[in-house]
Design a binder for this molecule. Structure first.
Ligand SMILES: Nc1ncnc2c1ncn2[C@@H]1O[C@H](COP(=O)(O)OP(=O)(O)OP(=O)(O)O)[C@@H](O)[C@H]1O
Length: 281
């Protein structure tokens, strides 16, 4: 795995000034995303990192169209994703093909009644794509699922196998961008690394661009070139992932880094970093 492979510079995805405020049940409002902007080149990979509640999922859901921004635009290949919102089924399918999402909990996102093969067939038919046996075998092969898993239902698979199927389902429609929201957070570390290296391989083989969302800077480093650090809905730092890991400028990024357990790690460092980040607001 490497974070230094050259990527083409053509902007594929441009998120500009995304803003989202939620109404709270007891009255009042909460700003979950405040002027969030970033650019993803064709075949690039960007991380969105922050602690729980920092607004990462809100940004992910805006990208795929599950949450409507109050302000801001999302463009893929220069085309505003909000433009086709009110049009028909074909337009919706086109939009879905641009950006696909993989969620944290594959079990909840998969239909429990369908085998892996049936899941992929259903997705391909929905998108009016070729649902040939060869295409399904190809997708299963890309994510490393064998013939046993092909005929298994989600409850007969491990968490890692379920997440592989969720990735295969997302890839089935040949998306330009894959958004992964805490996609490895629920998996144990050895399975996490398998899925991360699978993503790196897929990106290299297909030129698929990735938006990789995680609370964990250590995880993001394996798959991304650039990272956006979000705190309470606001971008506090953004730059090459390697630079953020070696020379983080903002106290909050320093806190995230200090919180990653590693060789010689002292939890007291994380406590000190949190104190510094809290003092700085
Ligand atoms: N539908 C909603 N209505 C009201 N508040 C919401 C809604 N969705 C999210 N929030 C709030 O917005 C803030 C950002 O939530 P979001 O899920 O985007 O953060 P996150 O960084 O993805 O956190 P996590 O990693 O825990 O999922 C949180 O304070 C959350 O409670």
């Amino acid at each position: 795995m490497t974070t230094s492979d050259p990527v083409p510079r053509v902007p594929l995805l441009v998120a500009d000034g995304l803003h989202k405020t939620y109404g709270l049940p007891g009255g009042g409002t909460l700003v979950a995303a405040n002027d969030v902007s970033f650019t993803l080149p064709t075949g690039g990979a960007i991380g969105i990192v922050g602690e729980s509640g920092s607004g990462k999922t809100t940004v992910a859901r805006m990208l795929v169209g599950l949450v409507r921004p109050d302000a801001g635009t999302i463009r893929v290949d220069g085309r505003d994703r909000a433009a086709g919102r009110r049009r028909g089924r074909r337009e919706r399918l086109t939009r879905a093909r641009e950006i696909q999402m993989v969620f944290q909990d594959p079990y909840l996102s998969l239909d429990p009644r369908l085998t892996a093969r049936q899941c992929l067939t259903t997705t391909l038919r929905l998108h009016e794509a070729t649902d040939s046996a060869a295409r399904i075998e190809e997708l299963l092969d890309v994510v490393g699922l064998g013939s046993r898993e092909a005929d298994a239902r989600p409850h007969e698979m491990s968490g890692g196998q379920q997440q592989r199927l969720a990735i295969a389902r997302a890839l089935a429609v040949d998306p330009r961008v894959l958004v992964l929201d805490e996609a490895v957070a629920a998996l144990d570390v050895s399975i996490q690394s398998q899925i991360l290296s699978l993503l790196v391989d897929i990106r290299q083989a297909t030129g698929l661009a990735l938006v990789f969302i995680s609370h964990d800077l250590a995880v993001v480093q394996h798959v991304t070139d650039e990272t956006v650090v979000v705190r309470r809905g606001t971008v506090v730092e953004q730059g090459p992932t390697e630079r953020l890991l070696t020379a983080p400028e903002h106290e909050y990024t320093q806190l995230l880094l200090a919180s990653v357990p590693r060789h010689g790690w002292d939890p007291a460092d994380a406590v000190r970093a949190r104190r510094a980040a809290t003092t700085s607001g």
